[in-house]
Design a protein around this ligand. Structure first.
Ligand code: MN
Length: 239
């Protein structure tokens, strides 16, 4: 299997994992930067992630135009992906989702920060982007490149940004990294909601976050989680 075919299979597996772990439902999506054309990204046609197969995967220019649409319907929120790839040369994969446990932290002043060691890679500070700040009343969907670029500027050089009343984006250097951050972002949010009901919360310190993130980025750790999730998602032990 050549590199591109391998990456496409990985992207299908990522779609299935995010669905199996309830990070996405009918909505939400995951993309990769094209391994041979850095000015393009690869994203499924408009379809629920659990149903995505290799032929659904489409190439897009960073501004959102399809390279060869073949009549397929497209996700309207692809400017989320284009905006981030355009702003960040280091980003090779992006997830957008509406994980329910994350939403309460996008509409209140209670910050979402890691309390669980495995959520360290979501970062010490998670900004909340509010589409209303610069675009007024909208349907909250990120449908223009201006909106995508605005979201990317809120994300800055971080891995995660929340989106008010909508969801979140996760950007990283590999597909395994963004899937892992997406899964533990929502697990941590659910735990934090519970912990806040019990009383004062002790968050991970910046030093702990840095040390644990380094461990999580190790290839061994990433592969162990990926194999587990891929198997649960019915994709065997696909690399
Ligand atoms: Mn959305």
């Amino acid at each position: 299997m050549n590199n591109i075919d391998e990456q496409l299979e990985l992207l299908v597996t990522a779609n299935r994992i995010l669905a199996r772990e309830s990070v996405v439902d009918a909505y939400g999506h995951v993309s990769i930067r094209h391994p041979e054309h850095p000015d393009r990204y690869i994203l499924s046609q408009s379809r629920a992630p659990d149903l995505v197969e290799v032929p659904d995967l489409m190439e897009y220019a960073l501004q959102g135009d399809p390279i060869d649409q073949q009549g397929r319907p497209m996700y309207t929120e692809r400017p989320i992906h284009g905006g981030i790839y355009e702003a960040r040369d280091d980003v090779l994969a992006v997830v957008h989702n509406h994980a329910p446990s994350v939403i309460p932290f996008t509409v209140t002043n209670t910050p979402l920060r890691p309390i669980l060691h495995l959520a360290a890679l979501t970062g010490p500070e998670l900004p909340v982007w509010d589409i209303r700040d610069n675009f007024g009343d909208t349907n909250l969907l990120v449908t223009t490149m201006d909106q995508g670029r605005d979201l990317a500027s809120c994300l800055g050089d971080r891995r995660v940004s929340l989106m008010r009343g909508h969801g979140c984006v996760i950007a990283g250097k590999s597909i395994r990294e963004v899937v892992m951050a997406s899964v533990y972002l929502q697990v941590n949010a659910g735990m934090l909601l519970e912990a806040l009901r019990l009383g004062d919360v002790k968050y991970l310190s910046p030093g702990e976050i840095e040390a644990m993130t380094e461990s999580q980025m190790s290839l061994t750790g990433q592969e162990r989680a990926w194999e587990y999730w891929a198997n649960r998602a019915g994709r065997g032990k696909k690399a």
